[in-house]
Design a protein around this ligand. Structure first.
Ligand code: ACO
Length: 400
């Protein structure tokens, strides 16, 4: 096998690679992607297989520990996730003081940083595994809390008799007037949504987690950086941007052709949200799964969503348009995921938070791997300097 460490101290060349499109910043055994063929595997297992058969918690265990859990391991994980599901009561005060209308991603990132003060990390390997489970369990609780408090509603505490996903939906929607009735189809849909988002090798937010971790900053600080990076509309914020785009088309009655024409006009900053990907140059395998799920879930709920029809028409036109064909632009996971979240009654501004809950095991697994990799160094890219040559300092009275 090639010894990567032999390249470690080679200097003298600087590669100009904006956005690191051709730079491998690490070696990783977690996720395999083939962007030409549209293949995605976690620890060797195809995403289709996991989406069909696994739960999100099994998938999280697989990513973090490198193998599927045995029945005992899964049971112990479930017990611990229940034990760790509460967040410190004092943290509710933080939530209450965010101004109304704060974006839930800003709240989530801030709260994860705050978690570090309540649960200082580091220590033994066993401590670290505990912190991984703290994060998995508490981030889900905090996400639901932020939603409830943003609506001026009382928080609903986690229940020990419910699974990870059912618990989340219950914390979001239960009320004394309308007790939440767990719908297994929605629980399964949420499991699949989270599995599809669980890891995607060195994407923007995962790279942010690794970069921050490379300075030996704490786990919680690294994960909060991941949430911040995910917020942007070119990354995890795209699911929100897609629905806002589809809603605008629906409300304003723009034709599909007009939208496609705007997306192709390079003078117009508008892009067809949920289309295109740095790595996939074919149909995103996650988008295939989630598109099928839209039909299945709406069918089971006997609901119709006009946004799904608009999305399908946009896809149909885009996939035969020479611009989209030449640029290899296909639907990515975000194009249809919002339709599934809407069917669950998740509000649009919570969509990126849902992505963050899903991506959390990937961030943790990648952070862990980087900490255990002796060839990892502090992340410190170079640049191509384009500024002035040596210039003299001018006294303030001599400046024009
Ligand atoms: N609509 C119209 N044109 C597009 C789109 C789009 N959605 N995406 C890319 N292009 C065009 C660009 O204008 C560019 O054209 P040019 O070469 O003629 O100038 C070309 O395709 C390449 O685009 P880049 O921005 O250089 O591609 P990059 O790999 O840097 O970006 C990205 C990938 C950010 C995903 C981009 O396709 C995009 O902005 N998509 C819309 C936002 C989105 O859906 N993000 C979610 C990504 S998936 C995820 O994070 C889970």
């Amino acid at each position: 096998a090639f010894d990567i460490s032999s390249l470690r101290h080679k200097t003298g060349y600087t590669t100009y690679d904006p956005g690191f499109g051709n730079t491998a910043s690490c070696a990783s055994a977690i996720t395999f992607m083939d962007g030409e063929k549209g293949i995605l595997r976690y620890r060797g297992i195809p995403i289709e297989d996991l989406a069909e058969n696994a739960t999100f918690i099994e998938t999280a265990y697989l990513l973090i520990n490198g193998h599927l859990p045995s029945p005992e391991e899964l049971n112990r994980t479930r017990v611990l996730l229940n034990d760790f599901s509460m967040v410190h009561e004092s943290m509710q005060i933080f939530f209450q003081n965010f101004p109304q209308g704060s974006h839930p991603m800003g709240i989530l990132s801030g709260m994860i940083m705050a978690l570090r003060s309540f649960y200082p990390d580091m220590g033994t390997e066993e401590d670290m595994n505990t912190h991984f489970l703290y994060l998995l369990s508490k981030v889900r609780t905090m996400a639901a809390m932020s939603y409830r408090l943003s609506r001026g509603e009382k928080v609903v505490y986690p229940r020990h008799d419910l699974s990870y996903c059912a618990n989340f939906l219950n914390m979001m929607f239960d009320s004394p007037v309308h007790p939440y009735i767990v719908e297994e189809d929605l629980v399964r849909a949420l499991n699949v949504f989270l599995i599809l988002h669980a890891d995607h090798e060195q994407n923007c937010s995962t790279s942010a987690v690794r970069v921050v971790g490379s300075s030996k900053a704490p786990l919680y600080a690294s994960i909060a950086a991941g949430v911040s990076a995910l917020w942007g509309p070119l990354h995890g914020g795209a699911n929100q941007a897609v629905i806002e785009m589809l809603e605008k088309i629906h409300k304003e009655g723009a034709t599909i052709d007009e939208v496609i024409r705007r997306a192709k006009d390079r003078k117009d900053p508008f892009r067809l949200m949920g289309f295109g990907h740095r790595v996939y140059k074919t149909y995103d395998p996650r988008a295939k799964i989630i598109k099928k799920m839209c039909d299945r879930i709406l069918g089971k709920l006997k609901k119709e969503d006009p946004l799904l029809d608009i999305a399908k028409k946009l896809e149909e036109v885009a996939l035969t348009d020479p611009y989209f064909v030449d640029h290899n632009l296909y639907p990515n996971v975000d194009f249809y995921s919002g339709i599934v979240l809407r069917a669950m009654r998740i509000p649009t501004n919570m969509f990126p938070v849902m992505f963050a809950i899903g991506r959390l095991p990937g961030w943790i697994a990648q952070w862990k791997e980087s900490m255990e990799d002796p060839s990892q160094r502090i992340s410190r890219p170079r640049q191509i300097y384009t500024g002035l040559p040596e210039t003299r300092y001018h006294d303030i009275m001599d400046r024009k």
